[in-house]
Design a protein around this ligand. Structure first.
Ligand code: CA
Ligand code: CA
Length: 121
């Protein structure tokens, strides 16, 4: 139940932020292939947002999101009415790890902005 609420909240927050109308300016990260961003349709605001979010969560600044970075960042975004138990925390983090795996299309255990984009649609 907590997991469902948490994931629903994440989706709602992401949808709200993407739909706010602001078009942030970004540049490709040092390791993000410029070609990947160049392939994105013009005006792909979701990709722009995903790129900004990735940079924010990329704690080791390698230009990608590792599973640990993704889980830590998404878990930190969650707000709870009451603190989750250790078991609930483990369940939520396992769900986030599973979601990461689903987004990691080439199975290299890291997310590019293009892969991370799926987190916001
Ligand atoms: Ca990283
Ligand atoms: Ca990947």
């Amino acid at each position: 139940m907590l997991r469902t609420i948490a994931l629903t909240l994440m989706t709602l927050i992401a949808t709200t932020l993407v739909g706010c109308g602001a078009t942030p300016m970004i540049a490709a990260g040092p390791t993000e292939p410029a070609a990947a961003l160049a392939k994105a349709p013009q005006g792909d605001r979701v990709l722009v947002f995903a790129t900004m979010e990735l940079k924010k969560f990329d704690s080791n600044r390698d230009g990608f999101l590792s599973q640990a970075e993704y889980v830590a960042a998404r878990f930190a975004d969650l707000r709870f009415v009451t603190a989750p138990t250790a078991a609930e925390t483990a369940t939520i983090k396992a769900g986030l790890a599973k979601k990461f795996t689903g987004m990691d299309l080439n199975r290299d255990k890291k997310l590019t902005p293009v892969e991370f984009r799926a987190d916001f649609v």
